[in-house]
Design a protein around this ligand. Structure first.
Ligand SMILES: [Zn+2]
Length: 227
């Protein structure tokens, strides 16, 4: 136990030292404006506009740190495709600063399908979830929910097609979620189809309540779907 925590600490400090050295050789550039010195600079962080999601409780209650537009859009892309750990921490801080008027028992990131995870090497939602869990002292479990069916990319699909695409794509482990208030974490909410399908799987497995927190919300998400 002690040894494990010593290794965890050592590797964390080792990681910080390595990042500090790399920062000297390759100074970080802001994902939003390209300015040298920060992964997502203060000026860009101030440009992030908060969406008003108070009226959107379908398919579940969601809070988002910002509208999916520049410079946040570039930051999301940088996180997703460049796996910048310090950037994940900055973006997770934006999510935490946004506040959550609710106390979850468990934080669960929206999972990638194992084949997609192998291809990308990491899950950006999991990186955000780990930081949020560490900062809020809430347990993070990435094994409680899994993507059991490979789905097409949601990009370019209509609202209805997105719902069908992710229906029954997720499965939760009852022994890990039963009676728990679960906070789902994802990078972007577009129509809520993916988060809705995750919430359904968790409720089916016995979770008491499910809400979600995302880094960004698509501009259209504020308005209910017109069908
Ligand atoms: Zn910037």
């Amino acid at each position: 136990m002690l040894r494990d925590s010593a290794i965890a600490r050592l590797s964390r400090w080792g990681r910080y030292a390595l990042e500090a050295i790399l920062d000297l050789i390759f100074p970080p550039r802001c994902a939003g404006c390209g300015k040298v010195g920060d992964y997502f600079c203060r000026d860009c962080r101030h440009l992030v506009r908060k969406p008003n999601l108070a009226d959107r409780t379908y398919p579940l209650c969601v809070v988002s740190a910002g509208i999916f537009e520049e410079p946040l859009r570039s930051a999301v892309h940088a996180l997703k495709y460049r796996k910048q750990r310090p950037l994940a921490e900055i973006l997770a801080d934006l999510m935490i600063a946004n506040g959550l008027d609710w106390e979850p028992d468990l934080i669960i990131p929206v999972p990638l399908h194992p084949s997609r995870l192998r291809e990308r090497g990491f899950n950006q939602a999991e990186l955000l979830a780990q930081h949020i869990g560490a900062a809020t002292n809430v347990t993070v479990n990435s094994q409680a929910l899994s993507r059991v069916r490979e789905t097409r990319s949601q990009v370019g699909l209509s609202w209805r097609e997105r719902q069908d695409n992710v229906k029954d794509a997720f499965e939760a482990k009852p022994e890990l979620v039963i009676g728990k208030r679960v906070l789902l974490i994802d990078d972007v909410i577009t129509t809520g189809a993916t988060l809705g399908a995750c919430a359904n799987a968790l409720l089916k497995a016995g979770a008491a309540e499910v809400r979600a927190m995302t880094l960004a919300a698509a501009p259209g998400y504020e308005a209910p779907p017109s069908e």
